[in-house]
Unconditional design. Sequence first.
Length: 97
Amino acid sequence: MGYFYGSIRHTTSGRKRKQPQRGRRKAYTPSGELEARSVYRRETKEYPSADIKMPANATAKPDSYRREISSQYTIAPAYNKGAYQVISRDNVKDIGK
């Protein structure tokens, strides 16, 4: 089946189609009385969420080697858009080229 260009109110030959009658609809009236329902609640235990704090026995990893290595590099924006460049201290003079 191909693409359909044009209006759906007209046939493929160009003749206007009949539209269905759009009369006024009757308002909805419920039959019988409506019952007030209570909110459904499961009967299970409620467990508290875990603490976000760091556990007492956990220790931070030493990151002295990271600082040592990152001190040898610098970060610079690219010449014409794009991601940032990580450049060694020796090549800082070539950033804009």
